[in-house]
Design a protein around this ligand. Sequence first.
Ligand SMILES: Cc1ncc(C[n+]2csc(CCOP(=O)(O)OP(=O)(O)O)c2C)c(N)n1
Ligand SMILES: [Mg+2]
Length: 558
Amino acid sequence: MAQMSASDPSGEAVSSESGPAPQSTAALLAGYLHAAGVRHVFGYPGESVIDFMEAARHRGIEVVSAVREGTAAFMAEAAAMATGRPGVCLSTLGPGSTAVLNGVAAANLDRVPVLAVSGQMESSREQFFTHQLVDHGRMFAPVSKLALRLDPASADTVIRKALRTAVAERPGAVHLTVTADAWPVQAGTVPAGPGQVSLPPLAVAAGSVDVHGDGDPLRGLRAARRPVLLAGIAALRCDAGPELVRLAELAGIPVVVSPMAKGTFPEDHPYFAGVLDMAGYRVVWDLLAGADLILAAGFDPVELISPWSVGTPVLHLDTTPNTDQVYASAHEVVGHVGAILGWLCAQWRGEPRWTEAEVAAHRERLRAAWTAGRAQGRLNPSDVVLAAREAAPPGTIVTTDVGSHKIMAGQVWQAVGSRSVLIPNGLSAMGFGVPAAIAARLVCPDRPVLALVGDGGFAMAATELRIASALGAAVTVVVFADGSLNRIELRQQGMGYPPTATRMDGMDLVALAEALDCDGVRVDSPAALEKALAGFAARSRPLIVEAHVDPSQYQAQF
Ligand SMILES: Cc1ncc(C[n+]2csc(CCOP(=O)(O)OP(=O)(O)O)c2C)c(N)n1
Ligand SMILES: [Mg+2]
């Protein structure tokens, strides 16, 4: 059920030996995806994409059917987040493509390379037919870097362009529309020869550093006595962790990371200074406000939840120029973030600016902020995160959904490895955590996978767990069951309003787990949670933990 079976429009099985002609448009796209390292396409079937599903299967790419297109796109995004390779999702025309839109927008604002492919009405009717017809070019343009039509005559060029655009800085989503009749047609001139591909570079360009602005960009750094590094997702994409560590240690600079960059800088390092805009956020902003220079290393303002409110001078270090202008920066050093930081290390002369003890004292203040408001004798949200972290073996990938639990997990979960924490913080779309965990487990089958999700976001995507059990993707999902869309309810409360449409009746998740072929357990104390999570990584079936949290801690946070 979970894996799409290949069949033609008449319902007859297609022989697995015959396969599509190697020079067809469908085979060419499958060939490019395979060459790009893609081994899973996440989608939902429809008549207009049958030829491509078969070509993918034939090329050794598993076509994984989600319960709906929107979650398939989250899966594609999570696969790309976990591996660094492009993710691919697939939908049919009309209701399939409109359903995939949210996930395409999520990948685009999370700056994750995703190729979203949608079938379309055959070309002879595309211009005038009305049933199930939506103009994909116009619909996807505002939520993608590029939305193109894949025609056989120019297929080779358009596929290369789509892949190159999706991964180029800043990466994001590219949408391809393919009319149903185009798939089996021979792809026009393919310079590398029939069935061959000419894959463009898909990694961030290495080595180069450009300086914009008058005078010496490093004068500010030399003069600074209280500099702070703010590392973001471009640092993650450039694998700049080792250079961040080197600069932090050499110059004695504390490092704040953005939520989606968690793990780029080891959070057990003496110079780690917290996560921006997560629980206890005021303490982190106070650190930035008190600094005399912020080194913004691959920081992407798409992750800002609070407005940028500090007047501290900023040195912009990024793969792209400071076109957002959320903060002003007289100098921009543009290039590979690792190379830029390496260059700063080579230039550095001087004493370390902060002592480890000073950064430790800051971390203590931050810890006091996120532990504030805990209810004695209850299961608090931070207890859940700490217990999950304690139970997680090295190499665990954790995903979150969106809501108060994410703000807590984003700060409290101690990340030590790059691409080990998958948090949606660009579009911040609910319903991400569960499908993301399933996809992470499928593309990284040797790594334990844990999802930390709210009860609202869980309800949006819970049925995807049937697919996890069918495919043997043994993920563990911890649901922060507070009977509330807490993040919104807190806002209502703050405005003096009653909780309109933000309270939910609890669902029996243990019964639901059984129906989904998963294991289920209900807990309401830290001890019970520890017991439930013990050895989770060795389980053979997905596990759903209904964790009854007392949400009062959130109130003290946000
Ligand atoms: C698709 C989508 N719809 C609505 C929102 C707005 N929103 C942000 S957080 C939130 C509440 C989430 O509730 P839950 O999943 O239970 O998490 P909690 O805040 O309770 O931890 C809502 C409705 C959103 N981010 N995404
Ligand atoms: Mg909730």
